[in-house]
Structure formats: C-alpha cells, structure tokens
Write a protein that binds this ligand. Sequence first.
Ligand SMILES: Nc1ncnc2c1ncn2[C@@H]1O[C@H](COP(=O)(O)OP(=O)(O)OP(=O)(O)O)[C@@H](O)[C@H]1O
Ligand SMILES: [Mg+2]
Length: 354
Amino acid sequence: MRAYDGPAIQTKGLVKVYRGGTRALDDVSFEVAPGELFGLLGPNGAGKTTAIRILVTLLRATAGTARVVGLDVVTQAVEVRRRLGLAMQNPTLDAFSTGRETLELAGRLQGMPSAAVRRRSDELLELMGLSSVAKKLAGTYSGGMKRRLDVAAALVHCPELLILDEPTEGLDPQSRTALWEELERINASGTTMLLTTHYMEEADRLCSRVAIIDHGRIVVDGAPSELKQGIGADTVVLQIESHGAPDRGVGDDPAEGNGGGVAGDPPVDPLARVRRLLEGMVAPGAVLAHPAGVSLAVPNAYAAVPGLLRRLESDGLRVTGLKVSQPSLDDVFMKYTGRRIREGAADQPLLLGW
Ligand SMILES: Nc1ncnc2c1ncn2[C@@H]1O[C@H](COP(=O)(O)OP(=O)(O)OP(=O)(O)O)[C@@H](O)[C@H]1O
Ligand SMILES: [Mg+2]
C-alpha cells in the first residue's frame, strides 16, 4: 500500500540560518525507513523543531534538501502536507469545540467525506481512550487528554507518516506512559513515526532508532541499544564517608584528620584516595568526581562491586550509599558532547543507602 520507494524521510545537508544569524541547523542529514519509530533527541535549542518545520513544509531551509514519503518538501509541498499527520510542540486546540467536533473538523479540512470522518473519529476516540469525553469541550480536558486529542486529530486522514514534536512535554508520568502505549500501538499498525524529545528515557523506550542532535548537528545515530552498548561500561556511584579523611563534598569532619588517620597531615583529595586504593582494579581515568562522592566506570558493575567495597573499607573508607546504573542515552550524549542532556541530570538525589 506504500506509494513510494526508499526512505520515509531523507534529509541531506540541511542548514537553517534564521534572520539574526542563529544557525539552528548545521548540515543535518538523516534517514527514516518506512515503519520506523524514529526519535530526534536533543536538549533545548538543539534544532529539533526547526528540522520538523522544514519537513512539514512550514519553513524553508537555507541549504540542503529534504524528501518526505518520496516527495520534495519544497517543490511538492501540497502533496507532502496531504500525506503526513502533524502534532506540533504547542497544540492549538479550539477550547470551545468538543473532542468529536475537533476530529471531525480535522477530517473535513483534509477533504474526507463526512461518513468516513464520522467513522474515523469514533475509531480514534476509542483508540485514544477519549470516547467517554467525546462530547465535552476540549477546553475542559486535562493536559494528557489534550495531547491525545491533538495526536488523534493528526491521525484522522490515516497518514502514512506521523510527525510529533515533543508529544509528551509537560505531561505527568502516568499520562506520558499512556501516550507511549498509544504511540507504540499506532506504530505497530504500520504508521511510520518521527518524534522529537528531550527525554532520554522516552527515546530509549519508544524509538527503534534515534539521532542525537546538539547545536544543530547530529552527533550520532543508531538503535538505542547499540548506542548504549558503545559506552562499554556500567556506572557505580559511591557515597563515601571516610573515617578521618577530610574531603570535599562527602560530609567529613576535617578535624578528624585524613585518610592515614594522622592528625595534622595535609588533607587528601577523596578522588585521589579512591583512585589510589582501587589501582589495579579500575583504570584511573574511570574514577571521576560525582556530586554524591565518586563515580566509577566498570565493565560489569555487579561482579565488581563486592571487591571494590572490600578494598575501600579495608582502608577506612565507609561506603554509605551506592547506585549502579547501566549506560543510558544520557551517557551516550555525554560521550559525544561532554555535557549532560539536561542541566542537573547528573546530580539526581542519592542513592540507595544502607
Ligand atoms: N523563528 C526563529 N527566529 C530566530 N531564531 C530561532 C527561531 N526559531 C528558533 N530559533 C533558534 O534556533 C535554535 C533552535 O531552535 P529550535 O526551536 O529548533 O530548538 P528545539 O530543539 O526545538 O528546542 P526545544 O527543545 O526548546 O523545543 C535556537 O537557538 C532558537 O533560539
Ligand atoms: Mg522544539
């Protein structure tokens, strides 16, 4: 039933320089295969919405080309618009229309016959869990319901490609999970999907492939599992309370002395101390400062932790908290950009105490 060959989306060398000089996209090339659920993952201002606006023909690129369902977004813009469904970052629903009226209007705007519009609206209200509120005004819907209605409106004409800009932004965790499930179902029924997000866990859970975008450039793309495997190590974060080791950030009393326990010795940097103690067990470069204490990168954390703890404690360091995490897409982002995807992502509250 697919009316095109080749990728569902293909961009080559897209550049967008806004008036005023902001280079929002800087040589962006990527492809989305038919049937994929593809994620464009990046922090605020990375260029995600700019890329989407070019793909859906709302914005002209400064340079480069984009094809959507086999059509050029500049020379075949009208046809492109007919073939895709779009839910933008800030949905603009008419608060004084009911859910059903919203979908019926979307269908009529797509030129669908009224019987087909009614049938399709019923189907979508059901699919999106909105049947019971179909006759209520959209203005009275919760944030999650508005989002679902907006996605439903994008699906009225059964597009072969659905493009969603930050579909779950601002939703509470339950509404987000519910929408994820719906998006998975829609994708499983054959609709190709491109979504943007700055939630790593969303990209990880939903997307068969992601492209990580930062400052208008794609830094890496691939299946989330491949990208995470590329990190090659688990992370162990240790919260440490050393007996008599004055150090910064782990709450010791400097009056107690230092790691050697001899009052009056110069303070020992806890990071240096952990590095020294774990010599031969963990590469020195794999021990880093962490807001909670230190973090270690080790190939197999669960196997390594008992030995590491024994070594540290034998020298008077007391481990008061521990967190083991497998690589996340944030670690992938960190590897390629040197930064966390969201400010503060690294210093979430600690840890599993005991
Ligand atoms: N109309 C515009 N005029 C000038 N600069 C713009 C315009 N729209 C976006 N920009 C700039 O282009 C860059 C990319 O913005 P864009 O909205 O594409 O990012 P984004 O990845 O969607 O961010 P967010 O996650 O916050 O939605 C930013 O520096 C932004 O300030
Ligand atoms: Mg955006």
